[in-house]
Write a protein that binds this ligand. Sequence first.
Ligand SMILES: [Zn+2]
Length: 391
Amino acid sequence: MRELTSEALLEDVRRWVAIESPTQDAGAVNRMADHAEAELRGLGAAIERIPGTDGFGDILLGRVPGETGGPGILVLGHMDTVHPVGTLAGPLPFRIEGERAYGPAIYDMKGGNAIAIAALKHLHATGRRPRLPVTVMMIPDEEAGSPSSRARIEAEALRHAMVLVAEPSGQGGRLTVARHGIARFHLRAIGRPAHAGAYHEKGRSAIREMAHQVLAIEAMTDYARTIVLNVGTITGGTHENMVPLGCEACVYVLVPTVDAEAEVHGRLLGLRPANPDVRLEVRRGLFRPPYVKTPAIQALSDHATALARDLPFPVAGERVAGGGSDGNFTGALGVPTLDGLGVIGDGPHTHEEHLLIPCLVPRTTLWVRLFETLDAPLVAAAQAPGSSVAM
Ligand SMILES: [Zn+2]
């Protein structure tokens, strides 16, 4: 891509969105990986593709040499989406309305993947290179908490000087400099089955029990402390003419600190069944630890803000993001991580998901400038002992 134009960038984004890739469909995610692999190959990256495990798609790495040696920049993106196959032909077709382009995962985060790679394509097409080596790492299972990728992400992060994450920007173009933690807990109620017509009084309904628990769990939400409990999925029962034996629910929990996660865990373990004949089980699931802004992250954020100052979409400040990303893993390890460098838009995970077309050229330009100017001393100086930062 010699010239960064809205049309060319939007076409790149469209090609990402055209391949639907829900997390649970490994074949679909791998078709997305095929596309990303072809893009990275085309700009001269050395490809490494790690076969998927646990029913998830492949992990894809593309390594681009820099003008100087490593350790370099790790660019993190995820290929999977929450939207099932059929969303594109159904409730959320790719379409343009005024300044907005709509489509499944266009904002979270196929738009971000497309522009980060477009920036590398642009450098390649114009005979330039990033200053530091760049590794683009594409993840197949982020929307499920990255269970099959976490160890690989952490190992790669530790080999790099810094991490840039192409997750969506905050409102108006804010960068993400810290993230809260995201925990998952799995609940199971085990009741006593009975024929619902003939012996209803002998049964103990697991669904009825879970209904009590859902209210108790969501009441633990404390917005003032940034603790949010959302019962996101629930399944139970086998037939409408039976008192249900089992019911399962998954609770998605936002926490500001590791201690708050432990506190929530303790409270969930303390739940008692409303009906003593029903058994209740609580199992801890995946946890993305929170990370906070360090002096090195501040240095990255200041640097990006300065680079974007004269662009039509300057960086609109910083934010601490609620939703987790793979940046949680790298930030919690202490590797300087700047997140939210993707596209500007709104409606992630909904049928209103869109990006703002006018952000495409300036945001891609920001990536180009970051690749051309970021060097290891920038973050190393900020990581030196004794340096500090105001939060
Ligand atoms: Zn995302």
